[in-house]
Ligand binder design. Structure first.
Ligand code: ZN
Length: 163
């Protein structure tokens, strides 16, 4: 299901205030579930104790990034750079992959332009594509997927042996 396209009015958020989930949902007129989804996809919490609080400046940065990404989505070989504020190719195509769950992983690289560390969420199923597109330096957490993806593991072993 495609996400509803909309712009959030970040001007109602004060940079130096902290907000809880309910306050943000009311301020921006979005569902509480939407705010929870934002947290899952990277909106930073001040800490992990309840009630979950977010910094105004983090919320603004998160929503602005969302808007930029929508205008110019990342190509497969690119990762969004916070400093450049646009998707960039990674330096030398080098990335590290960290498997974080049975289906999820994180790609890490360095911005080709400003050398800032860049991160992108990815999926385990696409590992063969990442290996093809990027110069994968390191792959962490393979033990997490060993059992669920026997064919992929076979494929990876073949790739690693060729090197
Ligand atoms: Zn950059």
């Amino acid at each position: 299901m495609p996400a509803k396209k909309r712009t959030y009015n970040t001007r109602v958020i004060k940079r130096d205030y902290s907000y809880d989930i309910k306050e943000i949902s009311e301020l921006l007129d979005v569902h509480i579930r939407t705010v929870r989804q934002w947290i899952k996809s990277g909106l930073r919490l001040i800490d992990k104790t309840r009630p979950f609080l977010m910094h105004g400046s983090d919320i603004i940065a998160f929503l602005k990034e969302k808007q930029i990404k929508r205008k110019r989505p990342c190509e497969f070989h690119e990762i969004f750079c916070f400093k450049c504020q646009i998707p960039r190719p990674v330096w030398e195509g080098l990335i590290d992959i960290k498997i974080t769950g049975p289906n999820r992983l994180q790609l890490m690289g360095i911005c080709n332009t400003c050398s800032t560390k860049v991160f992108k969420a990815g999926s385990v199923k696409k590992i063969p594509n990442y290996v093809q597109t990027f110069n994968v330096q390191k792959m962490e957490g393979l033990h997490i997927i060993e059992r669920n993806y026997p064919t992929l593991m076979c494929h990876l072993e073949r790739i690693l042996k060729n090197e």
